[in-house]
Write a protein that binds this ligand. Structure first.
Ligand code: ATP
Ligand code: MG
Length: 366
């Protein structure tokens, strides 16, 4: 198996810079997820690794070997495409065997590998069917099977689950994670779905506009976003952002949003001191807003007065849209919270979990 390194990778299509000086190191056997909104350069990055796009500049290493000038077929990678790209006239067996036949593998070896892959994926009983006789999930398995039989050093997956319905997507997500453990392979997986990325990745690489915005283990990125883009992209509902000002009173620092004023925890003072009197962007996740009744550390410095605008009960939790004067915020609270639309509600902000951003650079301050 192999590590994959991208050094200053840039890919331009005429005036469009699809991938902009990206540096990524993916470890051997790692499940790496490239995630970001549509058009951010995920597929282009993957295709450059596969050799289907030539890098405009920068270097690509697979297993410590520079592969920029290596043909796709010699890169020892297998790619699973979003649309599966199965051959409609071939049955499942031959779809999986095709790449090995092209490479002139002996017949017994091909047979063994196809049987093994079919068993891993639980599709032994489908080998005689044509793709059109399969469900979406089954087709997806065949596409993965076609990659597995190659025994590549690196698997590349481009949004393989996006054609499946929500329930099947969740099931296949778990299956691909299991498959990763079983194959002990390096996997680079592309998705625009942050939940998919969070649940599957050993490490995720978040892209926007061709740029790598941040990388790290999912919870690390969730807890410590380095910039406003990542803070807003990871987490659902998205983090609340409010343009605010930092004020200093009697040695203490506050966030003043005009709708409410809350105290910044002392642990953040050294980092926030330079911003006294200046504008910042105050960020807090919906799950860090709490019903005052159920939060033990409510004080006048972290509690805000709101009015309930909209309620979305989800069973295990409840999403509440709150109006707090000039601004609106979204809270995700426990289902035991009982509120009605138009009702006044006191909400506690867990200020230890707040994130504050510089409005110029959009980088995190605390
Ligand atoms: N062959 C091409 N010619 C010109 N521009 C291209 C080409 N391929 C991609 N682009 C542009 O490069 C940018 C990145 O595209 P890419 O397909 O990598 O995005 P993506 O992150 O995979 O998006 P999606 O989630 O929609 O699949 C986009 O602006 C796209 O329009
Ligand atoms: Mg894409």
């Amino acid at each position: 198996m192999a590590n994959v390194i991208l050094k200053n990778l840039t890919k331009k299509f005429k005036e469009v810079t699809a991938v902009d000086n990206v540096n990524i190191e993916i470890k051997d056997k790692e499940f790496a997820v490239l995630v970001g909104p549509s058009g951010c350069g995920k597929t282009t990055t993957l295709r450059a690794i596969a050799g289907l796009e030539e890098a405009t500049s920068g270097e690509i290493y697979i297993g410590d070997k520079l592969v920029n000038d290596v043909q796709p077929k010699d890169r020892d990678i297998a790619m699973v495409f979003q649309n599966y790209a199965l051959y409609p006239h071939m049955d499942v067996y031959n779809n999986m065997a095709f790449g090995l036949k092209l490479r002139k593998f002996p017949r017994e070896e091909i047979d063994q590998r196809v049987q093994d892959a079919a068993e891993i994926l639980g599709i032994e009983n489908l080998l005689k069917r044509k793709p059109k006789q399969l469900s979406g999930g089954q087709r997806q398995r065949v596409a993965v099977g076609r990659a597995i039989v190659r025994k590549p050093k690196v698997f590349l997956f481009d949004e393989p689950l996006s054609n499946l319905d929500a329930k099947l997507r969740v099931a296949m997500r778990a299956e691909i994670s299991k498959l990763h453990r079983r194959l002990e392979a390096t996997i680079i997986y592309v998705t625009h779905d942050q939940v998919e990325a969070m649940t599957m990745a050993d490490r995720m690489f978040i892209m926007n506009d061709g740029l790598l915005m941040q990388s790290g283990a999912p919870l690390e990125v969730y807890k410590k976003p380095e910039n406003k883009f990542v803070a807003g992209f990871i987490g659902s509902p998205a983090m609340n952002f409010i343009d605010s000002k930092v004020t200093k009173e009697n040695g203490d620092y506050f966030i003043d949003t005009e709708s409410f004023k809350v105290k910044i925890p002392q642990a953040f003072y050294s980092k926030i001191a330079d911003y006294a009197g200046k504008e910042v962007i105050f960020g807090i996740r919906p799950e860090d807003l709490h019903d005052k009744q159920f939060f033990s550390n409510a004080t006048t410095f972290n509690t805000i007065k709101t009015k309930v605008d909209v309620i979305e009960p989800l069973g295990a939790e409840i999403i509440i849209y709150l109006n707090c004067g000039k601004h609106s915020v979204i809270g995700k609270m426990e289902s035991r919270t009982q509120v009605e639309v138009e009702q006044d509600m006191e909400v506690v902000l867990d200020m230890e979990k707040t994130h504050i951003f510089d409005p110029e650079t959009l980088l995190v301050i605390v």
